[in-house]
Every structure is written in C-alpha cells, then in structure tokens.
Ligand binder design. Structure first.
Ligand code: 3HC
Length: 329
C-alpha cells in the first residue's frame, strides 16, 4: 500500500525495515486506527508535520477573517450583517481550537504567531485574494468554505486525537458557512441583471484560487506520502480537488452560472468532471508573498499583534503576581 502511495504522491515514506522498534509500534497503532494522544511516543517527523499543518490551518482561520471582516460594515441588510458577524467569530474560534491542538505538541501559541509574522509559517493561499463586491462574500462561503469542508471532513478521522476532535467541531460550523455563502449566491444569481453579473464575476475570480486551496498536484506534493502513511492526511490533494469539482459544478449550473473553464466536461467513462488545472506558477508566487493581498494581510496581523501587546503584558504580570502569591502561601 505504501509503495502505491509513494508512486502517486511524490516523496517517499520510510520503509518498515528501516524503522526503529518504537517507530514500528507507532505505525502499527496508526494502521489500526488508534488515536495518538499528546503524551504518547511519536516520531519527531510526525510531531513536526502536525505542528506545521495544524498551525498553518490555525493561521488560515485567523487571517481568513480579514477578507470577510472587510464587509461587516457594508453587509446589505441587518440579517446578513448578523450572519456574517457570527461566521467571522466562528473563524476566530476555529483558530483557537487549532492553536490549542498545536500546543499539545509542545509549542506555544506565541511561538506559532511569531512564525507566522516572520514568514516561516504559511497560511492558506486563498486569503491573499481581495473581496471586491458583496457577491465575493457569497463566493467565499460557497467555494472557499466548500473547499475547506471537503478537506476537513476526512480530517475528522486524522490520527492525532486533539486535531481530530477539533475538526469535528469545526466541520459542523463550516457547513453553516458554506450554506450561507450559497444562499447569498442564489439571491444574487436570481436578482437583477447587475447582481447576476456580480455573482458570475465572483465565481470567475474565486474558481481557480479555490482549486489551489487543496495544494499542489500530487506529483509535486512534498508531504502527502508520509502524511498519509501517518494518517495526518486521509486523501491526496488531487483526490480532494476532484471531489470538490464534482460537487461544485452542478451547484454552479443550478445557480445558472458558468464555471470559467472552457475544457470543463463530464467524463462518462470516469463519472467525474474533467477540468483545467489552475495556473501553478500563480500559486507559487502567492506562496512566496507576491499575491494581490499578501502584504496587506500580514500588515493587519502584525498590527493586531502589536496592538495586543499591552493585553499580553497585563496577563503575564497578573499571572506572575498569582504565582508569587501561591509560592508565599
Ligand atoms: N496555501 C498555502 N500553502 C500551501 C497550500 C495552500 N493552499 N497548499 C499547499 N501549501 C504548501 C504546504 O504547506 C507545503 O509547504 P511547507 O512545506 O512550507 O509547509 C507546500 O505547499 C507543499 O504542499 P504539500 O501538498 O506537500 O503540503 P501538505 O501535505 O501540508 O498539504 C494541505 C497541503 C492540503 C493544505 C494540508 O496542509 C491540509 O490539509 N491542511 C489542513 C487544512 C488547512 O490548512 N486548511 C486551510 C484552508 S482555509 C480554512 O480552513 C479557513 C476556513 O474558514 C475557510
């Protein structure tokens, strides 16, 4: 099974015969679908990969508030505003659960934030694109949260207990996010001609960036093979991308919108939609910091971190006083 995965996902997995007895026992537990808990022995690579993936996910939830927060004061009705506020607050909560899950692996939330701010940790490429119109908020909910769910539902079965439990709660909320986005798109698509054009324009701009969320194609994915052997990831990037396209194209048709891909065809033989790959050079440019909003997003996060310094200092001073008091008692 591993040989097959290595072939389909690029980089290799440590062969069983090269594993130490601890590594072999660990792999057996993972293969038996046992959950790995924080105090259990785990290979260094497993710990590092989890910290990288969970923290990148946490950062994505937090940075992901920015393109939507941008529309809270401009939502078209009081009801839409209340829904968007709740959604953005949910994303902050998801960030918190995930930072807590990462902390169980022996790294602090402050360290993770510093790594985001110094550029040594990533967040999802999608949040480096701007939300220019209200229809973009619909497209973000429908496509971006839709892609997030496609990736995250299988992660509920991931091998690391705290991550798996965080994902169960997150997925429930993401489903509501996707539905509210689709509902906005439906209103826009069935509205005036100008509104329909806005909905189509939002789909045109968010389609390929949403496909990029699943990561590079399997042949270029660096981590998939080992992450799948450890059940940190359950599916390959391409498998999830295909599932997303298969689910989303009929929804676009239902909305009366056109997916911006001239080569999109239903393949009767495979039972799947054939589609054009995103422009991977654009993806790697966004990862390097050259997307339309990278600078703006990082500047906002740095400002939030600097503005919050007095709160952190106050809490630390309070914690210091309490521990002095406890020591004296
Ligand atoms: N954006 C930014 N970086 C990405 C990326 C993306 N869309 N896709 C891949 N990468 C990076 C990887 O992190 C890796 O870089 P690194 O070695 O410096 O960390 C490199 O590209 C190679 O990619 P791989 O396929 O080898 O990486 P992974 O095995 O980690 O797979 C992943 C990438 C599928 C995104 C995986 O990490 C994953 O499933 N993560 C958990 C889910 C997640 O992070 N979701 C964020 C979505 S946004 C969100 O949930 C917010 C919600 O409110 C919408």
């Amino acid at each position: 099974m591993y040989a097959q995965m290595v072939k389909s996902t690029g980089q290799g997995v440590k062969p069983r015969e090269d594993m130490s007895p601890e590594e072999r026992h660990f792999q057996d537990r993972v293969d038996a679908n046992e959950k790995i808990e924080p105090k259990d022995w785990m290979p260094d690579g497993y710990r590092k990969t989890l910290i990288r993936q969970i923290a990148q996910h946490a950062h994505s939830e937090v940075v992901g508030q920015l393109p939507e927060g941008n529309w809270i004061t401009r939502a078209p009705t009081l009801e839409r505003k209340a829904i968007l506020l709740a959604k953005v607050q949910d994303e902050a909560g998801h960030g918190l659960y995930l930072y807590c899950a990462a902390e169980t692996l022996g790294i602090s939330r402050d360290e993770l934030t510093e790594k985001l701010l110094d550029g040594s940790m990533k967040y999802s490429s999608i949040f480096n694109y701007p939300t220019l119109t209200w229809a973009d908020i619909g497209a973000v909910g429908w496509l971006v949260d839709g892609a997030a769910i496609m990736n995250q539902v299988p992660l509920q079965r991931t091998s690391y207990g705290p991550y798996s439990r965080a994902m169960i709660r997150i997925c429930k909320e993401e489903s509501f996010h996707q539905r509210q986005g689709f509902d906005i798109m439906m209103k826009m698509a069935q509205g005036t001609e100008a509104q329909r054009r806005m909905a189509q324009d939002a789909l045109n701009r968010f389609w390929y960036p949403s496909l990029m969320m699943f990561g590079p194609s399997d042949k270029d994915s660096v981590h998939s093979a080992q992450s799948m052997a450890w059940k940190i990831k359950i599916n390959t990037n391409d498998e999830l991308r295909q599932k997303f396209v298969d689910q989303t194209v009929p929804q676009a048709h239902y909305l009366g919108l056109t997916v911006p891909d001239d080569d999109l065809r239903f393949n009767d033989e495979t039972g799947h939609w054939d589609f054009s790959e995103p422009d991977w050079s654009e993806f790697y440019e966004v990862l390097k910091g050259n997307g339309p909003c990278n600078e703006e997003r990082m500047a906002a996060r740095r400002k939030a971190w600097d503005d919050g310094a007095w709160v952190r200092e106050g809490l630390m001073a309070h914690a210091g006083k309490r521990s002095h008091r406890t020591a004296a008692e």
